[in-house]
Design a protein around this ligand. Structure first.
Ligand code: NAD
Ligand code: UFG
Length: 339
């Protein structure tokens, strides 16, 4: 079976994808600089799968070191997760975001070329639909105006990958636009482990539940949505990981560029999801409504039909599953991988 290089594979989505790839019979090689993760996540992947994972501590921007990884392993395809992703931080430190996210992409492409690797799957984001497009988003829509440097890096990396594929017709590029990944592996051994105060909703909710934060502030309840709070397309990270297995299967057989939304197609509001978390886990989350957060769109959700039609992939897990599995991870690992 094919050997897949996971750049940024020790992170939240990468570790879950490693499990699903290994369980589907693939070999994986993980490269990470632990900027936002730690090797313990991969030890847990080994525990879940019962397989040894080849792991390199390498910054993907460092071409010589990355090239060595390619030379030491016969790589068939790359999945590029290695990016910085905190929207607010990207506004404060744009040069850090452009440098890391663009450079990792270019270095990977150069090493792929030199080592004759033709297939790459890229972690893009629904953020590229920008402000202008109307929900539900379809892959045919023109990309929009991003509201922050993080979003622009995704926009630019998609362009870099498209241009590279155009110049190299024997390449296969799959751009996966994730919606809002949440939840954790059902074993409770791996999950999202943000450093510092979480930027995203569900890790924050989980930290309130476990007593690390006093209460949640819901940012705005005066949006033009049914209950006034923003609606998002939350997707279970294991469903998302399985989408990568389908994308790998597809890319090993096809050249050119394809874009897929990975979402459920069903939006839930912030209030709905907080209430679901409380009901499913029989736990109280202290929350209050506060002002809107700058840059938030009222709604973001996918039309997920293309991934079903072309990849034969659709989500299987419910919002209840997402909330239950998140709490199972957090309560067993109150301090994440540092426990
Ligand atoms: P994560 O931070 O948990 O994982 C990213 C991994 O990349 C981390 O382990 C980090 O240490 C590593 N990394 C970053 N820069 C690196 C470098 N220069 N060299 C080597 N490793 C490096 O984030 P995640 O949630 O798993 O996201 C994975 C990818 O998916 C990212 O590109 C992110 O932008 C994208 N994405 C995430 C979301 C989301 O909500 N989680 C949504 C859309 C897109
Ligand atoms: N929210 C709160 N309180 C919090 C945190 C979040 O009310 O403490 C709300 C936000 O205002 C938003 C919703 O919860 O309405 C979801 O917020 P997240 O930060 O979890 O997710 P976003 O939809 O803002 O961001 C996600 C990814 C980004 C990506 C963006 C657009 O995290 O990487 O989708 O695709 F850029």
């Amino acid at each position: 079976m094919a050997n897949i290089l996971l750049a940024g594979g020790a992170g939240y989505i990468g570790s879950h994808t490693a499990v699903e790839l290994i369980n589907s019979g693939y070999d994986v090689v993980v490269v990470d600089n632990y900027y936002n993760s730690c090797p313990e996540s991969i030890r847990r992947v080994e525990k879940i799968t019962g397989k040894k994972v080849k792991l390199y501590e390498v910054d993907v921007k460092e071409k010589d070191k990355l090239d060595k990884v390619f030379k030491e392993n016969k790589i068939d395809a790359v999945i590029h997760f290695a990016g910085l992703k905190a929207v607010g931080e990207s506004v404060q430190k744009p040069e850090l975001y452009y440098r890391n996210n663009i450079d990792t992409t270019l270095t990977l492409l150069e090493c792929m070329k030199e080592n004759n690797v033709k297939k790459i799957i890229f972690s893009s984001s629904a953020t590229v639909y920008g402000e202008e497009n109307k929900v539900p988003y379809t892959e045919k829509m023109k990309k929009g105006t991003c509201t922050n440097p993080y979003g622009w890096t995704k926009f630019m990396m998609e362009q870099i990958l498209e241009d590279t594929a155009k110049a190299n017709p024997d390449m296969g590029v799959v751009l996966l636009r994730y919606f809002n990944p949440i939840g954790a592996h059902e074993s409770g051994l791996i999950g999202e482990d943000p450093q510092g105060i979480p930027n995203n909703l569900m890790p924050y909710v989980a930290q309130v539940a476990v007593g690390r934060r006093d209460h949640l502030t819901i940012f705005g309840n005066d949006y033009p949505t049914p209950d006034g709070t923003c609606r998002r397309d939350y997707i279970h990270v294991v469903d998302l990981a399985k989408g990568h297995v389908k994308a790998i299967e597809y890319s090993l057989k096809n050249n050119g560029v394809e874009v897929f939304n990975l979402g459920t197609g069903t939006p839930y509001s912030v209030t709905e999801i907080v209430e679901t978390f409380q009901r499913v886990n029989n736990i109280t989350i202290k929350y209050e409504y506060g002002p809107r957060r700058a840059g938030d769109l009222p709604e973001s959700y996918a039309n997920a039909e293309k991934a079903l039609k072309v990849l034969g992939w659709k989500t299987e897990k419910t919002l209840d599953d997402m909330c239950r599995d998140l709490w199972n991870w957090q309560k067993n690992n109150p301090n994440g991988f540092r426990d």
